[in-house]
Design a protein around this ligand. Sequence first.
Ligand code: ADP
Ligand code: TZD
Ligand code: MG
Length: 580
Amino acid sequence: MAEAAVKAKAAVSADTDQELTDGFHLIIDALKLNGVKTIYGVPGIPITDFGRMAQAEGIRMLSFRHEQNAGYAAAIAGFLTKQPGICLTVSAPGFLNGLTALAHATTNCFPMILISGSSEREVVDLQQGDYEEMDQLAIAKPLCKAAYRILHAADIGIGVARAIRSAVSGRPGGVYLDLPAKLFGQIMNADAGKKSLVKVIDAAPAQIPAPAAIKRALDVLKSAKRPLIILGKGAAYAQADDAIRSFVEKSGVPFLPMSMAKGLLPDTHPQCAGAARSTVLKDSDVVMMIGARLNWLLSHGKGKNWGEPGSKKFIQIDIEPKEMDSNVEIVAPVVGDIASCIDALLAAMGGKWPAPPADWVNAVKTKREENVAKMAPRLMNNNSPMDYHGALGVLRTIVKERPDAILVNEGANTLDLARGVIDMYQPRKRLDVGTWGVMGVGMGQAIAAAIETGKPVLAVEGDSAFGFCGMEVETICRYKLPVCVVIFNNNGIYRGTDVNPAGSDPATTVFVAGARYDKMMEAFGGVGVNATSPDELKRAVNTAMDSGKPTLINAVIDPAAGSESGRIGNLNPQSALKKK
Ligand code: ADP
Ligand code: TZD
Ligand code: MG
């Protein structure tokens, strides 16, 4: 049956002699018409044949071991390409597995479409217990930007167009598209079917800022004594790299990249204030955010990290008007898409722009150099077992030598320390846990990064973080992707040293001591290496990156080296009853 279905792209009706098409093919044609080249998913009822047919029709189908990882792959594909990443799942449990990633995409402003097969409406709505019965549309709605269901083959064109436009226009986000099983087999006249398809024109229209908003922003920026620019992942997403660089350089203002905006301008750029983060947040008087939100990652724009209350003026560039004044007053809101906003700013700045006061620029530079010098010797140790700095010092050099490789990074200490230590040199090369700090994005991101960009991928993973998605090493081996996974194996979450004082069970944060994650990769034909020193780690990563072979390096990290929750231990609530 499967093979027949794949072959029969269009059938001819016996009685009327007219050429027919069906739901399966209309969905595939609608996606292809709109440039979809890749789908990430897991097969099963009712979408198994759909996957086969899509593959036969030239769409690349990446078949995962768990929908959550396929979803994270689709989400990051959206970030990397500005096209919605597509995740395909079966009904209820598969759908729910994909939903975490859909919510994550929405939270991070990544365009993604979760397409799930679903059970029959008549049975679901009367709750009569269909196979994998669930009212998926209702459940998806609060977790995404938009949710649609297509009931008739003739609506597939419009339904797919609506999903695409919803995902990428305005503030990008996740969209759910519900496809009941019956839709796939519905037939219609092939010609009418073809005419019903919609190619989305200008899916993410430019949103031009008002000239008055541009002038207001520049007036505030010009008045600053200690200005700061914060670049967020919205700026990386916008793919306006040259314009952003010109603007930052013309302004002369120190810039601070948020995690996934690192590399938009190189971290080694003379204006980069990454290594003087606390100083610039505290001491600046005007802060211009470009595609960054004043959420928890920036302490909501207030509190002790931001210096004296009332000491700041904020300028914000964002496509989402509701983002303005979300946490503090924005004195100069600039609403529009970043490319248009930066172009307008550059045009309005004219030929000459006054440099910011030299004492400020120099103070930032001095602080940065001090901090870089303080860190340098720690990165050069060759301790065995390794500490984070010794291991990261090696990876920092490797990324410097291979600036076009993509770095995927998750964990707690593994994340926070790598973000600080590893300089990035090109835009959209650093992918990580995003706004939620979610563990388990790593393998999905690594796979999508390799597929979408064709570049080598280095995934630096905490042992806990990796555990959420580790089975996808089989997927990496199956598709022979140039992914090198380095597990920072400290035997646990934050540290591997906790002891349960009450009984024989292990403490909640520790794992099997001395685990050999490298063997997992060997099980599927990839290369596994156990690295116990920075020298060994360096050799193994370089070999992997040169060969492009799927590789997993178990980097043995001192279990006592990490700290609770990495850099965000302060967010843990404290028990009033805890003994001092
Ligand atoms: P970070 O975590 O790096 O600080 P956030 O995810 O908090 O970044 O913020 C990204 C912001 O960028 C969001 O508020 C989003 O609306 C905005 N954004 C995304 N794409 C664009 C774009 N093309 N133009 C303008 N703003 C954008
Ligand atoms: N579950 C999910 C989906 N996301 C989370 N962020 C957590 C749980 C809680 N959590 C963190 O915030 S970090 C972390 C967990 C479980 C793992 C940290 O351990 P690690 O990294 O081994 O990945 P380090 O290097 O040991 O700190
Ligand atoms: Mg760990």
